[in-house]
Write a protein that binds this ligand. Structure first.
Ligand code: ZN
Length: 137
């Protein structure tokens, strides 16, 4: 868990938190380290890194690590997520897009590269016509 509730971080600060989380990535197989920082509506920031496993399918992405930490601590509403890697732009995988859509279809996604330059776009652009809670009604 990152900082406490209070002042909302800027895009640059959220990206910095994602890069810090990236330093904890456990990636002995791919060596592709990713960090994420998820901003809750109340200002709390939840961070996560990717965590690989010898049984490859058990691997968890940085975005879902951050989301699971947040939800497991009672947060349900999110406004933005920053995702950081040192390689190519770490756009979220399909599973993460789906998990984020469940809680925050209006989420803003910041995809940051090594030099902290970033692309900012809505989750709805990454997951068009998403299947969410309302789809079950
Ligand atoms: Zn993912």
């Amino acid at each position: 868990t990152g900082g406490g509730a209070g002042m909302k971080p800027t895009d640059a600060e959220l990206i910095r938190a994602a890069f810090k989380a990236r330093s904890f990535a456990y990636t002995p197989y791919s060596h592709f380290k990713v960090g994420a920082a998820l901003l809750a509506k109340n200002g709390m920031v939840y961070t996560g890194c990717n965590i690989e496993n010898a049984g490859y399918t058990a691997t968890n992405c940085a975005e879902r690590t951050a989301l699971f930490k947040a939800v497991s601590e009672g947060a349900r509403d999110f406004t933005a997520i920053a995702i950081a890697s040192n390689g190519s732009a770490p756009y979220p995988c399909g599973a993460c897009r789906q998990m984020l859509y469940e809680f925050a279809p209006g989420l803003t996604v910041l995809v940051a590269q090594r030099d902290h330059s970033f692309v900012k776009l809505p989750l709805s652009e990454l997951l068009t016509h998403g299947f969410g809670p309302k789809s079950l009604l």
